[in-house]
Design a protein around this ligand. Sequence first.
Ligand code: CMC
Length: 429
Amino acid sequence: MAEDTITIRDDATGKEIKLPVVRGSMGPAGFDIRTLQNELGYFTYDPGFISTASCQSGITYIDGDDGMLLYRGYPIEQLAKHSNYLEVCYLLLYGELPNPSEMAHFQSVIIDHTMIHEGLRRFYSGFRHDAHPMAIMVGVVGALSAFYHDSTDITDPLHREISAHRLIAKMPSIAADSYKYSIGQPFIYPLNELGYVENFMRMMFAVPTTNYQVHPSCVKALELILILHADHEQNASTSTVRLASSSGANPFASVAAGIASLWGPAHGGANEEVIKMLEEINDPKEIAKFVKRAKDKNDPYRLMGFGHRIYKNHDPRAVIIRQMCHDLLKDLDTVNQPLFETALELEKIALEDDYFIERKLYPNVDFYSGIILKAIGIPLNMFTVIFAMARTVGWIAQWMEMMEDKEQRIGRPRQVYTGQPQRKHPAEK
Ligand code: CMC
């Protein structure tokens, strides 16, 4: 049997080295290039990490050709059907679905941490009234490390676990407060008799002067959005969290870095951009014009919510959420119907177009999540905040895994230098 190695040969010198193959439980193997530079004197060059695995992970598996997404081995379709978000959080953190007593305990631990320090709440008044809630999130989540000193010893597994619980529990409160501050309404304290999603919606939409009733269909839809966004292996924001914390930075600061990365329109910011795009298209008759622009090499315009680095067949999250979009809009009888119709028409036209077929560009999860969030009444500038809330468990589960990984070292990519060769300062000439 052939050795489980890959041979690399430098054609210039004829020197060959064998590199060990690293096999996982599913999907393509990697080969370990850690000795490459010492032995052959080369770096690998891979902008955007197209072919580079930065770690071994047992949390999430994606098969982009088959449109498959597994959390800890469970297909996303089955988790979306049978589990709630907190169960999924438990699964991502601890590797197994909780039994009823484990779930009851987990829920009570999370509930313990839903409030945020009053001093942290005063932080909000330092932001401009019209600040984007994502800008507030980056600041406030980073500032958690200034308030919870008792859980920032990253070498202590108990501290790590408490930080994980704190982040999952406090994120909805921080997110809702960011919104309340931006619209000048009083902050609403969490009410722990409510579920995770109901609590968040109440903190977002209730005012002290009236009773607030959550619409069950909206809770169901938001719960689904949180489950679908909970983790997605080594995406840009998760890799940012791993890279930031590889230096030993505390998890609050590292998750703040992840939120910053998520904010970009090519990543979590896309759900906001999709709605702006659909509103700009406005009339389905105008779609052809926008599709033409997206195909034009000289125009940077892209169809937002289309394409994915990994999914080249379909995004399994998009399939689930598309159905939810239908169901919710029917239940709510909402004014968003025309927006959804424009989206369906755009999807149809793009999927029949050679440009999109050749490049395997399919609607991704964000193509539909924005329509649901809008129907629920979530304002546009809160869309990425909801994504951040959902993804917090993924970031923190990946961080916990990394902290226990004996192979983990400070992240330090190399470069191929293209600047000036060494030269003399003018004063030295
Ligand atoms: N509209 C038009 N053309 C596109 C699009 C699009 N949305 N996405 C990719 N292309 C073209 C691109 O121009 C390129 O064409 P060519 O080969 O002729 O140069 C080709 O498809 C490959 O694109 P790429 O930018 O090299 O692909 P990537 O893997 O680096 O980028 C992406 C993936 C998601 C950033 C990109 O598809 C995109 O910008 N999509 C729109 C933004 C979006 O919806 N983002 C949400 C991603 S899902 C949620 C998440 O995980 O955060």
